[in-house]
Design a protein around this ligand. Sequence first.
Ligand SMILES: [Zn+2]
Length: 62
Amino acid sequence: MYEMCTGPDEPGTTFVWHVKAKNGTVALCGVPLEPSPTEPVETDRHCPSCMTSFGRLVDQRG
Ligand SMILES: [Zn+2]
């Protein structure tokens, strides 16, 4: 299972939606994610690396 989680993007300049394993602490793109963000973050951006990785995972499952 995978879930969406907000976190800093690669340069760390803004927040984006990452994809991570249900019990994981690291996004598919390798960015470490806080288990429980201290502040709620609102963003419309998605991490392109996570989207690509997630797409591949879905394809592998058929
Ligand atoms: Zn990501």
